[in-house]
Design a protein. Sequence first.
Length: 285
Amino acid sequence: MLASYAVAGLPALERTLVVGVLNVTPDSFSDGGRYADRTAAIAHGFELVAAGADIVDVGGESTRPGAERVEPEIEADRVIPVVRELTAAGVVVSVDTTRAVIAEAALDAGAAIVNDVSGGTADPAMVKVVAAAGCPYVIVHSRGPSTDMQTRAAYDDVVAEVCGELSMRVDAAADAGVERTRIIVDPGLGFAKEAEHNWALLAHLDTLDALGFPLLVGASRKAFLGRLLAAPDGTVRPVDRRDDATTALTAVLAEANVWGVRVHAVRASADAVRVVSAWQHGSAP
């Protein structure tokens, strides 16, 4: 079992947290377009909370492999009104962005956490914004922009290299003034990684844990699950049929005591982390 960490500025729970994904985009790999409408996005945010999400992660720019960037004004128009409405109702919101200007606007609108899939490499101003805000910061491992990151999925030892690169990004954030007690690390499954890299990282959570920071894992509906569950003829399991596998992985991760899981279908994962917690503690919370 991994070490148990609390994140300064966030409630401490005796179980794995569930982070619900809210993509306010037309082109995300899993649910692109379903919540591109502002009203639909806000409603879905509340649905995620009702289903058991502890945090709602709002993003306005797809980071799937090959995705093109959108203009900052478009990203802001998608994200900020949604953040404002959800936080006004007491929802704990993280903003999924690589841009400092979007992070700053979202924090001003009430967001509590910045989730940066570039780990601070896409925008040098990001760590300064986070440090000034004194908010929790998710540092995700990736290599390069979405448009070409999969061309960089070459490792001699993926676990050692991801840990080393995460350590460098943590140090850069800390040097800029981000408090280490507010840092969360994410190995970035699928970001500049092939299926075998993802499974190797999942098999060595203890090595990632040795970095000394809370661990967030985002495996929900990703392609490596679809490939694992391919049909006999090799047809990859479609995105909309990967939720059972996601829930199974949530249970495994919760048993390992990871800090959080980032998922699309919240209810099943919320049930899973609560069942695991009751089993671990020998009683319901």
